[in-house]
Design a protein around this ligand. Sequence first.
Ligand SMILES: CC(C)(COP(=O)(O)OP(=O)(O)OC[C@H]1O[C@@H](n2cnc3c(N)ncnc32)[C@H](O)[C@@H]1OP(=O)(O)O)[C@@H](O)C(=O)NCCC(=O)NCCS
Length: 298
Amino acid sequence: MIGRPSHVKWYEYSYRADAIIQSRLSFRSPASDPMELVKRRLRLSKSVTRHPVILPFASGITQYSISWGRRTVVEIVFLGASNPETGRMIRSIQQIDPNFQVAGFIDNDPAKRGTEFLGYPVFGGLEALDDLLRRDLYFVNLITGSTRARYETSLELARRGCRFANFIHPSVELTMVELGVGNYVQEGVILQAAVTMGDNSSIHMGTLVGHESTIGNSVFIAHGCSVSGKVEIGDGTFIGTHVAVIPRIKIGRWVTIGAGAVVTKDIPDYATVVGVPGRVIKLAEPVYADGSIASQNR
Ligand SMILES: CC(C)(COP(=O)(O)OP(=O)(O)OC[C@H]1O[C@@H](n2cnc3c(N)ncnc32)[C@H](O)[C@@H]1OP(=O)(O)O)[C@@H](O)C(=O)NCCC(=O)NCCS
């Protein structure tokens, strides 16, 4: 089944206590000043932390790495040294929180090994992990061109013991939104109330995801899409640029939706859909049942 039972209220289906309390706090008394919200979230994280836990980084707003109530630096390794937009996002987050640090990049292109990208070192490919895993680092996968490549590389990182951080532009409002780890959300994305997002998914610039919609694991949604309310998107699904999805649609797992499509009907698993209205043009052979990296990651 995709998504969660409809009778469960938005604040009950969070699997992290800190997320539940943060959502409730924000819901009760929304802060108009972003820095006030930062301070509240930091205070709250401290107050609910009883054990040395690492909370995933979420947004430019501080919500991470609280150890025995002390806030520490979070250092990130990015997978994929190619998109300069990453540099803009790093700067936007650091303007709010200088404790967000970048260790460097890994990239499987041997020509990039030992070079710099955006002023940070490229350590090499996955063979560099042995050294990196000796350090206290978090990983963010920037691969988005193929959900299969994103899933397979994240799965490999998880199997090797890497911990994932969320990489989310500070412009993205996360109040009453629930998300897992390893997600990459670009500038100007709107996630409406009670949206839930799994692990290892990515949404590009300017996409709207309507209220109570559910995004699975290892999903990619390109820029400028409009996903209406109560839509369910299964694991591994790829949604091309400027796609529109009408309300309450269920999109299966490992679906591909072509650029500019208008989705007006439920879509079965492994289908490719194009056009207005969207029509299924092919069904792929199943390769993966889901896009979860959770069993390796929790
Ligand atoms: C749908 C898509 C994935 C191609 O899938 P594919 O399985 O390789 O399909 P093909 O290229 O073989 O095309 C199959 C048919 O669909 C049509 N088609 C392909 N993409 C289409 C689209 N976006 N809208 C309408 N028709 C499309 C082709 O013209 C072709 O039609 P024909 O059989 O009458 O000649 C690709 O065209 C697409 O839209 N990708 C999204 C790219 C994108 O938005 N990336 C985000 C960047 S951040």
